[in-house]
Design a protein around this ligand. Structure first.
Ligand code: FMN
Length: 330
């Protein structure tokens, strides 16, 4: 079994990936958050900083691009392959309305002819070096039934599926019936991505889809960075004795953010953003996050984090969680 770190734009960039790898195990691969298309025919090295070799090396990483035409994807792909990457993931799943409406991300899924044309052109130029990340469709899960036969024509390295449709964003339940149809009909190896927030959910999914061996974890890892290890060990009882690792990781991440981000406001906002998720590991998460979100300087932020460290009660990963309620409110 392989566990993948999901791309989470704004969260799982190299600072996070490296700090994470220094304190936690369990992750075998990461897909980097998407590079915007429009990097130009001549790619500027500074614009792919998240993928620089010197910024990576702990967790194997695959770059991802959000684009809908070969002229915007091929130059970036060639640059990355020359630089040493051997796979590029194409993002056909981003649900943000302003992106979808331009036929990018999940927006392209409603146009199977365009998907076919794009893949034909890309595979002419880039041969066997592409993987895809898709949803079940943009507006309907029926769309995937037209898409999979098209995708099957190409030697896709792997197919990552988030079993929602674009218009759902992250709301509602994942559609496991439609995902099951994909498992039966897709030729490429499938990576499952969606709502793995605790061991119980992972066990249920693994039992339902025994042929899947690649699982992707996104928000669940931000809720509880222990989750990949919990899944690999098939046991969560040990976490309560190792909570110090979360705080070490937190210090490390804070230090990275302070080193690599310039302005104090930027630094604080980034730290606060992570707590949108980290707070969910604790009882009274809303109060914790509310207090953190109100801080206006690093010292008061640190003070509240220290109070949580002293008095907060960890709950994530110790059994069924209530993250489903939380994500509805995001
Ligand atoms: C804040 C945020 C940022 C995301 N950024 C990306 C991205 O850059 N590329 C991508 O393919 N998916 C992106 N996703 C989708 C995730 O990779 C993942 O498929 C989705 O969150 C479902 O998995 P999860 O329930 O384990 O988080 C993002 C999701 C969130 C919530």
């Amino acid at each position: 079994m392989q566990l993948y770190l999901a791309p989470l734009q704004g969260y799982t960039e190299f600072l996070f990936r490296n700090a994470y790898a220094r304190h936690f195990g369990g992750i075998d691969n990461a897909i980097a958050p998407f590079l915007p298309s429009g990097l130009g025919v001549t790619v500027k090295h500074r614009r792919i900083r998240d993928l620089w070799k010197e910024n990576n090396g702990q967790i194997p990483v695959t770059p991802q691009i959000l684009g809908k035409s070969s002229p915007e994807i091929v130059p970036v792909a060639k640059y990355l392959f020359d630089y040493g990457y051997d796979t590029l993931n194409i993002n056909m799943g981003c649900p943000i309305p302003s992106i979808r409406s331009k036929m990018r991300g999940s927006g392209i899924l409603a146009y199977p002819d365009m998907v076919e044309m794009l893949l034909e052109k890309l595979f002419n130029d880039l041969q066997n070096k592409l993987s895809l990340k898709i949803r079940l469709g943009n507006e309907s899960a029926e769309e995937v039934k037209e898409l999979i036969p098209i995708i099957n024509q190409f030697p896709i390295k792997e197919l990552i599926i988030h079993p929602r449709i674009g218009t759902q964003m992250y709301e509602g339940m994942v559609d496991l019936d439609s995902f099951s149809w994909c498992v039966e009909n897709a030729k490429a190896p499938i990576v499952y991505s969606g709502d793995i927030f605790d061991l119980a959910t992972f066990r249920r999914l693994r039992n339902q889809f025994p042929s899947i061996s690649r699982w992707m974890i996104g928000r669940g890892l931000l809720f509880s960075p222990f989750l990949p290890e919990i899944i690999k060990k098939n046991d969560c009882g040990w976490v309560k004795n190792e909570l110090h690792r979360f705080w070490d990781f937190h210090d490390d991440l804070e230090e990275q953010i302070l080193t690599f981000r310039d302005r104090p406001n930027n630094q604080l906002n980034k730290l606060k953003e992570y707590w949108r998720y980290f707070s969910q590991a604790f009882q009274d998460s809303e109060t914790h996050f509310y207090r953190i979100s109100r801080t206006t300087d690093l010292n008061s932020f640190r003070l509240i984090v220290e109070q949580i460290q002293l008095k907060g009660i960890w709950k994530a990963g110790l059994g069924e969680t209530d993250h489903f309620e939380f994500i509805k409110s995001l």
